[in-house]
Design a protein around this ligand. Structure first.
Ligand code: ATP
Length: 222
């Protein structure tokens, strides 16, 4: 094993989501992953038509604009809107395939909250995801269900115990990353806005201002 070679390999973090709207429950855990894994870049990928859930209440472009506004002043974060221009459902496998061909030598780290990770067996060709990327799972308060058995079996032998293990290969490992738990959800934010409650402190101020000014999700509030 050549550790010099491994440490030279770039690692890229990928956080996909509906982002309806983007909030600190997305951004802070991802930032903690970025630091712990020394990622060269954190890429946010808004879903066009998410296959696993009801259609988002906000048009894909408006959600992506909010994501851009939220991270505009963060030099480590980029927004990749490729899923918005793809026909059909936004399958993570297709996105990772594209990224893998663009970055053949980098370690790709797909970041998912624990709730999303537990739903992995319902994703399109889910077992193939790890051929393309590592999976980094962050804690998310409120995830009460048990890990599906198929997932637990699949995880065996893939589990990385230290972040450095993700640099040894470009893909294929699962890393459980402890992060500061933040009980923030997009559903909670939409609900608050619809009933005229404040969402200050739950999302970056620039994104909050736009949501309020444009009257997303309900009544504008001061
Ligand atoms: P909703 O509240 O409507 O379910 P959401 O914020 O969970 O929305 P997405 O925008 O699709 O939905 O989430 C994108 C990713 O961010 C997922 O992997 C999800 O697990 C993760 N995530 C969302 N909120 C949190 C949180 N508070 N803590 C950790 N991870 C989170």
């Amino acid at each position: 094993m050549n550790s010099g070679l491994h440490s030279a390999r770039r690692a890229i973090g990928i956080l996909g989501g509906t982002f309806d709207p983007i909030h600190y429950g997305h951004l802070r855990p991802a930032e903690e992953v970025r630091q712990a894994l020394m990622l060269s870049e954190l890429r946010l990928i808004p879903a066009g038509k998410p296959p696993h859930r009801g259609q988002p209440s906000t048009a894909a472009r408006a959600r992506a604009d909010l994501v851009r506004a939220a991270v505009a002043d963060d030099p480590n974060v980029t927004v990749d809107d490729r899923e918005l221009y793809r026909d059909g459902p936004s399958y993570t496998l297709d996105t990772l395939s594209d990224l893998r061909s663009e970055m053949p030598d980098d370690a790709l780290c797909l970041i998912v909250g624990r709730d999303s990770f537990f739903s992995l067996p319902s994703w399109y060709r889910w077992r193939e995801l790890a051929d393309l990327a590592h999976i980094v799972v962050t804690e998310r308060p409120g995830t009460v269900r048990e890990m599906p058995e198929a997932l637990a079996e699949w995880m065996e032998g893939r589990l990385a115990h230290i972040p450095e293990a993700l640099r040894e290969k470009q893909a294929g490992r699962v890393f459980l990353m402890p992060v500061t738990p933040l009980a923030i959800s997009a559903t909670g934010i939409r609900r608050a806005l619809a009933t005229g409650r404040s969402v200050r402190g739950l999302m970056p101020e620039e994104a909050r201002r736009r949501v309020v000014a444009d009257g997303f999700y309900g009544y504008p509030q001061l």
